[in-house]
Design a protein around this ligand. Structure first.
Ligand code: ADP
Ligand code: MG
Length: 481
């Protein structure tokens, strides 16, 4: 039987506010354990939570960025459960009335195809603390300590529709949300520090069937590679069960990166296990049109809009435009090079080609590129005015990357200027004709394929510097005999 995967993601992104969602305690990462939790975060008797407006503002930013409706009135609810890192015995979240309603994002897949993925909702909530197992600073020797610094940190939980059908689509969607939250400045998206965590819900159904199958939820995945691997493992695991005539159990699983497998953690809890109820300490969150308008006016040009603009304005492909709008820094770099050299396609090819490869190899961000946008534009200019060929330009780029100077300096220092002097090229061709009488005779007798051989000889002789168009034209002329 052919099984079709159905995937929906829940993404927890930490909102980059200075203080917590319901208290004034700091949110900075990496402080000594339990130095950034106050009485409110611990839910001590007699304290009251006060909503942080910056967290609301960030949630609204996100909502507007995905074209969602913002709820005029949303409600904070208590989600009750016991866990050592949750001293209050409940988490403040939103349940029936979330602040952000239905929206959507568009992803570009590897083959260039576009797909729209629905976002069901996004709601504000607080993070819990963290259990540190055998951490030297807390406990140790087989003990577990609790660090409450993270308790009360604002999160936006973004819930997707079950619209994805492969691990590739799920990763593309997660990357898109990651790009977006950073782009609009609501989260640093730092996955190592836990600022962006993904839960993946996966089920299978017979291809052609409309009804969804039973899903498993894999919790807390903190890298795109693990997300892909966890989904792929889970698809295989469920396929084996179904092929054997068994049934998938609805449960929560954990991905173990070391063993590359998912493991059962607990049977899936139902919403009513949590005894959700409106938090009596917090008023409903009311957001008026003026607030929404102000937040909307403050949004930058969004990545999808910019991608479409790049395609129209510069005539580049969807795929290229998606790469060039990966981040605002990347987009700014491209626009600078394109404007300075006047050839956007050439700029796009170089940025997505040689530059991207070099950045990737050195594990560098575009902002830290040793070749600045101005310098790359300088190199493009020398290709365009025929000072060097595209092939020699690769060599010049490598030298620029290594810090040997700008394009003109490298070309001068290494003597890479293209040979465009007709006389000089003719002299080389004459010599090659004299040195290769056999090939010349064969060519003249009709073996056209040998033309490439002569081009190669001239390029070799000129160390790649002869202008290719001129070489072609002059060779044709001279080989006629
Ligand atoms: P819960 O609150 O119990 O986690 P939700 O109904 O809110 O459940 O869904 C959580 C996520 O699971 C959503 O992203 C949704 O798209 C996805 N999902 C729901 N049903 C399925 C299914 N049968 N297969 C795969 N994903 C699913
Ligand atoms: Mg869930």
């Amino acid at each position: 039987m052919q099984w079709e995967p159905v995937i929906g993601l829940e993404i927890h992104t930490q909102l980059a506010t200075e203080s917590k969602i319901f208290s004034g305690a700091a949110t900075a990462f990496g402080a000594e354990p339990n130095t950034q939790a106050c009485a409110v975060d611990l839910g001590l008797p007699g304290v009251l939570p006060v909503l942080n407006l910056s967290a609301v503002e960030r949630a609204v930013r996100f909502g507007k960025a995905i074209g969602a409706d913002i709820a005029e009135r949303s409600v904070f609810a208590r989600k009750n459960y016991f866990y050592p890192d949750l001293p209050k015995g409940y988490q403040i979240s939103q349940y029936e009335l979330p602040v952000v309603g239905k929206g959507a994002v568009e992803v570009v897949l590897d083959d260039g195809a576009l797909k729209t993925i629905g976002v069901t909702r996004a709601h504000l909530e607080e993070d819990a603390g963290k259990s540190l197992h055998e951490d030297g600073r807390l406990g140790g020797g087989g003990q577990t300590g609790i660090d409450l610094n993270r308790a009360g940190t604002p999160l936006l939980e973004i819930v997707s529709e079950p619209d994805m059908r492969s691990s590739e689509e799920a990763v593309a969607y997660a990357r898109k949300i990651h790009q977006l939250v950073r782009w609009i400045g609501i989260s640093d998206g730092n996955m190592q520090e836990g600022s962006f965590r993904v839960d993946a819900n996966i089920s299978l159904r017979p291809k052609g069937e409309e009804k969804f199958g039973t899903r498993a939820e894999i919790k807390n995945i903190n890298s795109f590679r693990f997300l892909q691997k966890a989904i792929e493992f889970e698809i295989e695991r469920q396929t084996d069960i179904l092929e054997d005539g068994g049934e998938v159990v609805q449960e929560t699983r954990l991905y173990d990166a070391e063993r590359d497998e998912t493991r059962s953690m607990r049977s899936k809890e139902e919403a009513n296990d949590y005894r959700y109820f409106p938090d009596p300490d917090l008023l409903p969150l009311e957001i008026d049109d003026a607030f929404i308008a102000a937040v909307t006016a403050d949004l930058p040009e969004l990545p999808d809009a910019m991608r479409h603009r790049f395609m129209q304005q510069f005539g580049i492909s969807d795929y290229d435009a998606a790469l060039l709008t990966a981040s605002p820094a990347m987009a700014a770099y491209f626009e600078t090079v394109a404007a300075a050299c006047g050839d956007a396609k050439l700029a796009a090819n170089w940025i997505n080609g040689a530059l991207a490869a070099a950045l990737n190899k050195a594990d560098l961000d575009i902002a830290d590129s040793p070749v600045s946008a101005e310098d790359l534009a300088g190199l493009m200019a020398r290709i365009k005015d025929n000072t060097i060929s595209g092939k020699i330009a690769k060599q010049v780029f490598e030298a620029m990357w290594a810090g040997d100077g700008d394009a003109d300096e490298v070309i001068a220092a290494k003597g890479l200027k293209q040979i465009t002097d007709t006389g000089a090229i003719e002299a080389m061709i004459d010599e090659i004709i004299v040195d290769n009488p056999g090939q010349v005779a064969q060519y003249r007798a009709g073996k056209d394929k040998l033309f490439g051989f002569f081009v190669g000889q001239v390029m070799k002789q000129s160390q790649g510097k002869a202008n290719p168009q001129q070489v072609n034209a002059l060779l044709k002329e001279k080989l006629k005999g």
